[in-house]
Design a protein around this ligand. Structure first.
Ligand code: NOJ
Length: 742
């Protein structure tokens, strides 16, 4: 072969180099050079589409023109390939043809609706949760969505707060593992994939600690608590590669999160090195005026952009003030460039500059939204999310030979209710794919079983006219199933309740049904831990079903008849009464710990209420029983570089195959900062056949013993630790101690 001349070689190299796609950074540099300041600021604006609103929307009839003028970077609440394509076409008429980013609250599914996140968290099944997020991403991306405002990773310890339904409950360790899994699920193999949606971790930060459980309320919190309890799930989500963060509505110690430099600049973009962008929450930039932290929109925009909020969701403060702020030299071009660079980076990573319509494929949309495997996964995780709270005399599982079953209650024949809050209403509003509880049961029982129905009462209100019919129906049955609870939109954003009992006359209906002497299984549908002393004390069997999504009916039937043996464990403590709130398992011991409910001798108890919750964190029964034995530690002392392996034997000693979630708790007995009485540090979910046993192992390393000291330095202190292994945070089965030595 002839050798190439050096000149020809150089020429070919240049041609090849030019043909190579330039690294994203260079492409952004080139683009930024072309952009006017107005176009740059345009990228920092996110508007609501008119299709639906998830907040107080700004009336704006000029959106199309603004998009054409390059004044909008992103739209939310715009779904479906048809609608997203039509907006993207308009964006392509802009001078620089920068594609729009479509964001949506794909919180627990797109068409296929999975259990509400708090319910899913009770499965403790990280793979199943990751898979649910993966499917949600596959469907949403096929429906034109690029970006989901999820996962919500706010630690929540007050069930009055309606948004507890959206997160993973009260515990930072469990919450962090789940946050990681969900981000991985949403983003799949990476942002360049056409079936990935970019995650948006929210709400940064401490939104879940709103005073009194009242949504949007203030948060006052020590740095120690912030770092130790509220921030870890955010960090875990970041470690999983989350592309964006959303800030929050609350103020934190007097500074609104949206204008909070400590949170966004120092921690997130500084200490943690976050390279993605931060979007404000809906209108939260403008709301800083209401907070009383800034005077007007001009100051609000200045505060937010300085603090690190890169994109303005719906407040229009950036649109109306940033150009002027730059002209007034209050905001530097460098600051704007940094925000815009972060936003463009994600658009490039998602391949939108190469093909702005790559998520708008109607054929793919049809295919993905009708994939039967998605329903199968939804059914499986829904069954895993159910928590069996009570099962006297092994009333459950029901026999498939049962002759007559009365299925009673206001939620039996509901469809949409099963989806819970933050579902997605697809164009056309089709609900026929949702499996009602009635249909689920009908699908399950054989031809010989007679199914009877009575509504009994409404979810709310005082009307008892349906009671008599319900009682008559119950009298004809061998077993009664009563489905009661909240309305699906009684939990969710702006749905704080001061009274978290089961609404209306539903518990009175239960009383009447129990008076028939028939065995009654109660299904409690809710978006939060409710308080239901009558039901808890009198119903022989209770399944907490939360809101299970589009396969609710099938999943409930699977559990009722033992085709799936319930394995869910509560991710959030259930109080006995509102008076116990906030209540969580990992509290401090105090100087005068209460030891039992009978003793109120100058100790930290209530004189009129138990110190114990109704159902504790980690609690949940099974149709079978498990024994825990033979706890062994590989050593009783470790240095910071060493590890201890904890092992134990778990056996299925009951009559059904089943899954058990084995929980490892530690207590640092003496710390320079007081340590909680217990902290979850690991867990394993194992499936065991009848009479089968297995050895479960946990590794304890320095990381698991570490905490933030008074100087907010992360580290472990030498001393003694309790190691506790149990079936819940109260039901500790095995215990030992070990020491960390210098
Ligand atoms: C406000 C909510 O706080 C947030 O979680 C949500 O993503 C936005 N609205 C958009 O719907």
């Amino acid at each position: 072969m002839r050798k190439l001349s050096p000149l020809l070689y150089v020429c070919i190299s240049i041609v090849v180099a030019l043909a190579q796609p330039k690294p994203i950074e260079q492409r952004i540099d080139s683009l930024l050079k072309l952009m006017t300041i107005e176009e740059k600021i345009g990228q920092m604006n996110q508007y609501n589409d008119d299709w639906t609103a998830t907040g107080p929307a700004t009336v704006d009839n000029d959106k199309a023109n603004q998009i054409r003028n390059g004044q909008v970077g992103s739209l939310l609440n715009c779904i479906g390939t048809e609608r997203t394509r039509s907006w993207q076409k308009i964006a392509m008429q802009s001078r620089l043809k920068i594609p729009l980013l479509f964001g949506q609250d794909v919180v627990h599914g797109y068409k296929t609706t999975f259990p509400i996140p708090l319910a899913e968290a009770c499965s403790w099944d990280l793979d199943a949760m990751q898979n649910a997020a993966r499917i949600a991403a596959t469907e949403a991306s096929a429906g034109g969505i690029h970006w989901t405002f999820a996962p919500m990773v706010d630690i929540a310890r007050d069930p009055r707060w309606g948004r507890v339904m959206e997160g993973a409950g009260e515990d930072p360790y469990l919450g962090s593992r789940i946050a990681y899994a969900r981000v991985k699920g949403f983003q799949g193999n990476g942002l360049g994939e056409v079936n990935s949606v970019m995650a948006c971790v929210k709400h940064f930060a401490a939104y879940g600690a709103a005073v009194g459980g009242r949504d949007y309320n203030s948060v006052d919190m020590s740095d120690r608590q912030l770092f130790e309890v509220y921030l870890p799930p955010f960090k875990a989500a970041l470690d999983a590669g989350a592309g964006t963060f959303m800030n929050s509505f609350n103020d934190l110690n007097g500074v609104p999160a949206t204008g909070n430099s400590f949170l966004q600049r120092d921690i997130l973009k500084g200490k943690w090195g976050f390279k993605g962008f931060v979007v404000s929450d809906w209108g939260s930039i403008g709301e800083m005026i209401n907070h009383g932290n800034v005077k007007n929109g001009y100051e609000a925009a200045l505060s937010a952009v300085t603090a690190g909020s890169d994109m303005d969701m719906e407040s229009r403060c950036y649109k109306n003030n940033l150009v002027q702020l730059v002209k007034d030299k209050k905001v530097s071009t460098a600051l704007i460039d940094d925000a815009v660079r972060r936003i463009l980076q994600k658009k490039f990573e998602m391949g939108l500059f190469d093909d702005p319509f790559r998520f708008c494929n109607a054929e793919r949309e049809q295919k993905e939204l009708n994939d039967p495997d998605h329903a199968k996964s939804a059914r499986e995780i829904a069954a895993k999310s159910i928590v069996l709270l009570k099962n006297e005399n092994h009333l459950l599982p029901l026999s498939k030979e049962t002759k007559t079953i009365a299925f009673i209650g206001p939620l039996v024949k509901a469809y949409k209710q099963n989806k819970g809050f933050w579902d997605i209403e697809l164009p056309g509003g089709d609900s026929s794919f949702i499996v009602s509880q009635w249909n689920g049961l009908k699908n399950k029982v054989g031809k010989k079983t007679i199914l009877l129905y009575a509504k009994g009462c409404d979810i709310e209100g005082t009307n008892k006219e349906g009671f008599a019919e319900a009682v008559r129906t119950a009298q004809q049955a061998d077993v009664v199933i009563l489905s009661i609870g909240e309305r699906r939109d009684m939990s969710g954003e702006a749905k704080s309740r001061s009274d978290i009992s089961i609404p209306g006359v539903q518990e009175e209906l239960l009383k009447e049904l129990l008076a028939t002497g028939k065995p009654v299984v109660v299904l409690i549908n809710a978006g939060r831990p409710l308080v239901f002393p009558y039901t808890a004390d009198h119903a022989p069997a209770i399944l907490y079903t939360w809101w299970l999504g589009s396969e609710a009916g099938n999943a409930i039937a699977d559990v009722l008849f033992g085709d799936y043996n319930p394995s869910g464990k509560l991710a959030m403590t259930f109080p006995r009464s509102v008076g116990q709130i906030p209540i969580y398992y990992s509290h401090f011991n105090t100087g005068r710990p209460a030891t039992d409910d009978a003793n109120h001798n100058y100790n930290s108890s209530y004189t009129d209420l138990s110190i114990y919750p109704k159902y504790e964190f980690g609690y949940g029964l099974s149709y079978t029983t498990f024994s825990y034995s033979n706890l062994q530690l590989t050593k009783k002392q470790m240095t910071a570089n060493e590890q201890i392996t904890v092992s134990l034997t778990v056996a299925n000693t009951g009559k059904y195959p089943g899954e058990e979630i084995i929980q490892l708790y530690l207590r640092d007995k003496v710390g320079s900062i007081v340590r909680p009485v217990k902290e979850l540090k690991d867990f394993k979910k194992v499936a065991l056949a009848v009479n089968e046993s297995t050895i479960v192992q946990f590794t304890i390393d320095k990381e698991k013993l570490s905490f933030f000291n008074q100087q907010l330095q992360w580290g472990a202190e030498a001393g003694e630790f309790d190691v506790m292994v149990g079936a819940s945070s109260r039901n500790i089965k095995l215990q030992d101690t070990f020491s960390l030595v210098p």
